[in-house]
Design a protein around this ligand. Structure first.
Ligand SMILES: Nc1ncnc2c1ncn2[C@@H]1O[C@H](COP(=O)(O)OP(=O)(O)OP(=O)(O)O)[C@@H](O)[C@H]1O
Ligand SMILES: [Mg+2]
Length: 508
C-alpha cells in the first residue's frame, strides 16, 4: 500500500544510462514500496536488464540521477555495495563458478567473516538448510555446477539470493528457464517474502505471471518509462500497446493449414535409447517435409535429449534415423550434424551457441562461411549484406553490425542465434527453446517465420518447455515423460491442458 506519505523502500529519480553515443535509459523515476512486487516489462532491448543492473550496483548510471534506499541517498560502485544495503540481483545471464559444487556456490562469500576452516560437510549442511528453508529441491548438492542444466543453475541463484536476507530482490527473467510448476513455486516464495516486507522487481515476458503475481507494472520502451500502473486496473491488451507502441500492434495470424495425414516422411527417428538419467526408451517418430513438430516435456523428461541428439552433442544415445531416405547414425559431434544438413539451435545461447566477444556480423555468418569458404572468414560486401538481411528478418535491435554480441540484450542475442542457424539453409531445422527471453512481439514474428521455413520444405523440430509455444507454434505435438513418448496431440486435441496433463502423468 502506498499512501504517498510513507517513504518508499527504493526511490529512483531521473536515472539515465549512456554508452558512448548510445542512450539506453532516460529519466527513469520509480518507487518501490515495502512488501511490493513490481513487474518490469518491455520489448527486447528496452532497457530492463540495464535498469536491474543499476539498482543492484552492477552498472553505474549517468551522473544526474538519484537513488534512495529508505529515504537515504546511495551510490553503488559494485554489486557488493548494493548487497551491503540488502539488494540482490538474480541476473538474466548467470555468473557462477563452474568447478564449484552447488553447495559451495550457495554459500559463496557468506563465510568471509567466519574464522576457521569449513569442511565440505558443513558447507553442504548449511546449503541444504538454506534450500529447504526456501522450499526448493536442488538434488545432490555436491554436484559441480557444470553438471546442472540452466534451470537448475537458476534455482541455485534464487536460493542464494533469498538466503542472504535481502530487503530488495531484483529478478531478471527468473522463470525463462523454469517449468510452470517451478515458476509457481518461485512466486509462492516471492509472496512470502512480500509479507515479510521484501520489495521485489521482476522482469518477465510472460503475461500470465504479471497478472498472477505483481502489484504494479512498469513498462519501458526505448529506454523510457511509458507506463506505471496498478496491475489489476489494466488489461493485457493495454500492456502490449504500451510495450510495442500504437504503430506496432501485434499481428495474430491464423495458423496455416496443417499437414495432410498421408504426407511423405522426411525425417524418421528410430528407437532412440539412453540408459541413466534422464533416460530415453524406445523413442520413435517422424516428420513430414513441411511440418513443425513439437516435443514437450517437463524438466528431466528426456525431451531435451532429442534436440541434443540431433545437434551431435549426445554421443550416449543409441538408435538410428533416416533423413530424406538415407539411413544414418545419430551424429556424434556438431560437425557431423552439420554435414547431414541439420541446423541445431541449442538451448543455452551463452554456453554453446554464440561467441559473445565477436561481432553481430561474425556470429551471423560464421557457420555459413565455414561451410562455403576455403579461406576462413573473409568479410566481403556479400557477407555484410547477408548479415544485414538476417538481422532485419529476425528483427534484431542493434546499433552497428560490428558491435559485440555480448553487448546486445538477452532477447536480441537469442534472435542472432536463431538467424545464424537458419542462415546455413539447413535441410532439417532443430530448435531447442527457440524463443526463450524473446518479447511477445518478436516471438509472434519468429513463430510465423519458422512456420514459413517449414512450409517451404524444411521440416522443423521444436523442443520446448514453454507450453504456450508448444501448442501455438507446432502443427503436431509429441509429449514425453520419463524418457517415453506418452502422447501425440493434433487439431483440437492440441491444448495446453491436455499437454500439461500428459506431461505430468497421473501422479496428482
Ligand atoms: N555495454 C554496452 N554497450 C553498448 N550498448 C549496450 C551495452 N549494454 C547494453 N547495451 C544496449 O542497451 C540496450 C538495452 O539493453 P538491455 O539488456 O537493458 O535490454 P532488455 O530490456 O533487458 O532486453 P531483453 O528483453 O532482450 O533482455 C540494448 O540496445 C543493448 O544493446
Ligand atoms: Mg534483459
Amino acid at each position: 500500500m502506498t499512501d504517498g506519505m510513507t517513504t518508499p523502500l527504493l526511490r529512483l529519480r531521473n536515472i539515465g544510462k549512456t554508452y558512448g553515443f548510445t542512450t539506453v535509459l532516460t529519466g527513469i523515476d520509480l518507487d518501490l514500496a515495502v512488501g511490493e512486487t513490481i513487474a518490469l516489462l518491455g520489448e527486447n532491448g528496452a532497457g530492463k536488464s540495464t535498469l536491474s543492473k543499476i539498482i543492484t550496483g552492477v552498472v553505474q548510471p549517468d551522473h544526474d540521477g538519484e537513488m534512495q534506499i529508505a529515504g537515504v541517498a546511495v551510490a553503488f560502485h559494485a554489486p557488493r555495495d548494493a548487497l551491503a544495503k540488502g539488494i540482490a540481483l538474480i541476473p538474466q545471464e548467470l555468473a557462477y563458478v563452474p568447478a564449484m559444487s552447488v553447495a559451495d556456490n550457495i554459500m559463496l562469500n557468506r563465510w568471509q567473516s567466519t574464522a576457521g576452516f569449513l569442511t565440505a560437510g558443513r558447507v553442504k549442511a548449511a546449503a541444504l538448510e538454506a534450500a529447504q528453508k526456501v522450499g526448493i529441491d536442488l538434488g545432490d548438492l555436491s554436484r559441480p555446477m557444470t553438471r546442472l542444466r540452466l534451470a537448475e543453475r537458476q534455482l541455485v541463484e534464487i536460493v542464494k539470493a533469498i538466503t542472504r536476507d535481502a530487503r530488495i530482490i531484483v529478478l531478471d527473467e527468473p522463470t525463462a528457464a523454469l517449468s510452470q510448476d517451478e515458476s509457481r513455486r518461485l512466486f509462492a516464495i516471492v509472496e512470502r517474502l512480500n509479507r515479510d516486507g521484501v520489495g521485489i522487481i521482476y522482469v518477465s515476458h510472460r503475461m500470465d505471471e504479471v497478472y498472477d503475481f505483481s502489484h504494479r507494472v512498469v513498462v519501458l520502451r526505448n529506454g523510457r518509462k511509458v507506463a506505471d500502473l496498478v496491475t489489476q486496473e489494466t488489461t493485457h491488451a493495454q500492456l502490449i500497446v504500451h510495450m510495442l507502441g500504437h504503430d506496432r500492434a501485434p499481428r495474430v495470424g491464423a495458423a496455416p493449414p496443417s499437414t495432410a495425414a498421408d504426407a511423405p516422411i522426411a525425417v524418421q527417428v528410430d528407437n532412440w535409447n539412453r540408459s541413466g538419467l534422464p533416460s530415453l526408451a524406445g523413442v520413435s517418430f517422424s516428420l513430414a517435409p513441411d511440418e513443425v513438430l513439437g516435443i514437450y516435456g517437463l524438466r528431466g523428461s528426456g525431451a531435451d535429449l532429442v534436440a541434443e541428439g540431433f545437434g551431435g552433442v549426445r554421443p550416449d544415445i543409441s538408435g538410428a534415423m533416416t533423413l530424406f531416405g538415407a539411413r544414418t547414425d545419430i551424429p556424434r559431434n556438431p560437425i557431423a550434424a552439420r554435414r547431414l544438413g541439420i541446423a541445431h539451435v541449442p538451448a543455452e545461447r551463452k554456453r554453446e551457441g554464440l561467441v559473445l566477444k565477436r561481432s553481430i556480423q561474425e556470429n551471423l555468418v560464421m557457420q555459413v562461411m565455414k561451410s562455403l569458404s576455403r579461406f576462413g572468414i573473409l568479410y566481403s560486401r556479400r557477407e555484410r549484406n547477408l548479415a544485414a538481411d538476417l538481422a532485419k528478418r529476425f528483427d534484431v535491435r542493434f546499433s552497428a553490425l560490428d558491435q559485440a554480441v555480448g553487448q546486445l540484450s538477452g532477447g536480441n542475442q537469442q534472435k542472432i542465434l536463431l538467424a545464424s542457424r537458419v542462415a546455413t539453409k539447413p535441410r532439417f531445422l532443430v530448435l531447442h527453446e527457440p524463443t526463450r527471453g524473446v518479447d511477445v512481439g518478436a516471438r509472434g514474428q519468429i513463430h510465423t517465420f519458422l512456420r514459413g521455413i517449414a512450409r517451404g520444405g524444411c521440416p522443423t523440430l521444436v523442443v520446448t518447455s514453454d507450453i504456450e509455444e508448444a501448442v501455438d507454434l507446432c502443427d503436431r505435438l509429441i509429449v514425453v515423460r520419463e524418457g517415453r513418448i506418452v502422447g501425440e496431440l493434433t487439431g483440437t486435441d492440441k491444448t495446453q491442458q491436455s499437454a500439461a496433463t500428459l506431461a505430468a502423468g497421473d501422479k496428482h
